[in-house]
Design a protein around this ligand. Structure first.
Ligand code: C5P
Length: 416
């Protein structure tokens, strides 16, 4: 099963705005939801239209606003049943006492109350009202009924109110509401991935980026690796349901959502952390890091002063991290990378055997359009003989797409 990484962009939020001064905040809420990439459609009750116009929401959401139930023109466009089915979440913000009462008692005398009965989507309400109306027994009774019916209530905040009162009843800020919606879909996606994703239940450790080998306290030897491929893989493995730890050399990339990150500098530190992660349990080890082959034999304690025309720095070989992990008793499924400038496939196949890998992904870094700093990559994947899988060519694509295809290749090899 392939997995949709862009969970947000495919989700539909039906935002219902009801009568209350907090309706002005809902305009900003549409913006924040759109910023996250949600599709937003707005339903307004008649009460809401006394505070803010449908045109405002039409402009912000990019969609016609729905206001009437028994309107042949609106029904011909997107009828109320279709709208109810379209929604992945019905978010009522602000939710007036009247709307809560209608929902609690199953009335269906306007578009919103009908949609509430007609949708299978989860329903969230963000009540906003005068503090006395919030405290009223009937309101609290209705809320209790809604909670029992499975409606999620976003509690109002306390503070000064438009009417001059102070107390509970303010609608939470749009930023908070949009964030809650985003978190909800991420958690839902995660729960599905953990159960059904290609790497469900697997623990993955990934090395990424360059290493930095100190010459003295201010200088080092390093390379041009940006870490993009490793970070894209971390993201794809997480989306496929895995628990992911990323051991990252010095790179300027944000940690992917849901991924645990350990920062290191040198090859020795990277090896140390890799061995430690193995102790915590690791099913799949992916080595994307461009580890420096050599380090300085004797790192100077103080900054080396400029002197003669030549400076000799003696280098010694760094341990091979991926090969070391492959030799451990608790050996995970091992994935290596090979960046070559010539005889790409021949060298890669050699490394697959020499480093005792299960799979190697190789690319031709002599091509200027792919590889290191590029956002795109093209690769050939080889599997160890025991997996009996033919080589796989991954055509030039974004590193995210390549990462997804590599996850699929790993999942295939795990069952072969
Ligand atoms: O030998 P070469 O550097 O070309 O091998 C590349 C593969 O080996 C990559 O997967 C890289 O992350 C890994 N490697 C390593 N430790 C090293 C050198 C390479 O894990 N010291």
């Amino acid at each position: 099963m392939s997995f949709d990484v862009s969970v947000i962009s495919s989700k539909n939020i039906l935002l219902a705005v009801t009568g209350g001064i907090a309706a002005y905040k809902s305009a900003i809420l549409v913006r924040r939801l759109k910023d996250y990439g949600f599709n937003v459609r707005v339903v307004m009750t008649h009460g809401a239209q006394a505070f803010i116009t449908p045109l405002t929401f039409q402009a912000l959401s990019g969609n016609v606003v729905h206001t009437e139930l028994l309107n042949p023109e609106a029904e011909a466009g997107m009828g109320h049943i279709e709208l109810a089915r379209w929604a992945d979440l019905l978010l009522v913000a602000p939710a007036s006492c009247d709307t809560l009462a209608k929902f609690a008692h199953g009335l269906a005398d306007d578009l919103l109350s009908t949609l509430y009965l007609a949708t299978k989507a989860p329903v969230w309400v963000a009540p906003a009202m005068n503090q006395q109306m919030w405290a009223a027994k009937a309101t609290q009774r209705n809320l209790q009924m809604l909670v029992e019916d499975g409606v999620h209530v976003i509690m109002p905040a306390a503070g000064s109110q438009a009417c001059g009162d102070v107390g509970l009843g303010r609608m939470p800020e749009p930023e908070f509401l949009a964030e809650q919606v985003k978190l909800y879909f991420h958690q839902t996606q995660r729960a599905i991935a953990e159960k059904f994703g290609l790497l469900a239940g697997k623990r993955v450790v990934i090395t990424a980026g360059p290493t930095r080998e100190a010459i003295d306290p201010v200088r080092y030897i390093s390379n041009h690796s940006t870490g993009k491929m490793g970070f894209a893989l971390a993201s794809a493995c997480y989306a496929a349901g895995a628990k992911v730890t990323l051991i990252a050399g010095p790179v300027s990339l944000d940690t992917p959502n849901g991924v645990e990150r350990v920062n290191v500098h040198s090859a020795l530190e990277m090896l140390d952390q890799s061995l430690q992660q193995l102790e915590y349990g690791c099913d799949i080890f992916i080595a994307t890091a461009a580890v420096a082959d050599y380090r300085v034999a004797q790192v100077a304690e103080h900054k080396i002063k400029k002197s003669g025309d030549e400076l000799d720095v003696s280098l010694i070989k760094n341990p091979d991290i991926v090969a070391t992990i492959a030799q451990q008793q608790k050996r995970p499924f091992m994935v290596g990378f090979a960046a070559e400038t010539r005889n790409v496939e021949e060298y890669a196949a050699g490394k697959l055997v020499a480093k005792k890998l299960d799979m190697i992904a190789c690319n031709d870094v002599s091509r200027s359009d792919i590889g290191f700093a590029s956002d795109e990559n093209a690769m050939t994947v080889f599997f160890a003989q025991k997996h009996a899988l033919p080589k796989r060519d991954l055509a030039k694509a974004s590193k995210q797409e390549i990462a997804q295809q590599l996850v699929e290749a790993i999942a295939d090899a795990l069952v072969h």
